[in-house]
Design a protein around this ligand. Structure first.
Ligand code: COA
Length: 153
């Protein structure tokens, strides 16, 4: 399936996630993070958490093709998860989701952590103005480094 048949970013609708979205979001999550996906229980628990902002992107047939999840406390957003189905990537949806998450959170500062070898995510974050603030060597179980990034909104 091409990006078009998965729904271009322009035709994808973004809204707050609800309990009914969790099973399909979990499918996208597994496609995006096959090595350490959050399960339905973990994703569902975020819906009721204070400060949580959980957005879902609905493609054709209102099927979730992306999501973004963050916590915002005292004006600081922590981006926890962002993922776009492999078939819907490179159409601007990841950027749209992250911008919407920032706007919904009404935060002054946004923080996130990313694998230092995640080329796509690093390019997305840099394109929105995020700057690296710290490197955590061997942060991940496989020995990969993490980068902490920050954006003043
Ligand atoms: C990271 C991710 C969310 C990006 O989603 P996306 O919808 O493809 O991103 P966009 O189309 O909005 O791309 C926005 C910008 O990011 C950069 N980018 C995205 N994918 C890229 C890639 N594969 N290679 C290089 N740059 C890339 C580009 O700068 C792009 O802008 P451009 O298209 O104008 O050049 C997606 O690749 C994904 O779900 N990856 C797996 C999960 C993941 O790694 N999440 C982040 C964990 S920290």
């Amino acid at each position: 399936m091409t990006a078009d048949s998965a729904g271009s970013a322009a035709t994808v609708v973004l809204r707050r996630a609800g309990p009914g979205d969790v099973p399909e979001v979990a499918i996208v999550e597994r496609a995006c993070f096959p090595e350490d996906p959050w399960g339905e229980a973990s994703l569902g628990a975020e819906l009721g958490r204070a400060g949580s902002v959980f957005l879902v992107a609905l493609g054709p047939g209102s099927v979730p093709v992306g999501y973004a999840l963050g916590w915002c406390v005292l004006g600081e957003l922590e981006v926890l998860r962002i993922g776009v189905s492999p078939t819907a990537r490179r159409g601007g949806l990841g950027r749209r989701l992250l911008v919407a998450l920032q706007q919904e959170a009404r935060a002054e500062l946004s923080f996130l952590e990313v694998r230092a070898d995640n080329v796509a995510a690093l390019a997305l974050y840099a394109s929105l103005g995020y700057s690296p603030i710290r490197r955590r060597p061997r942060y991940y179980a496989d020995g990969g480094d993490a980068l902490m990034m920050r954006l003043r909104l």
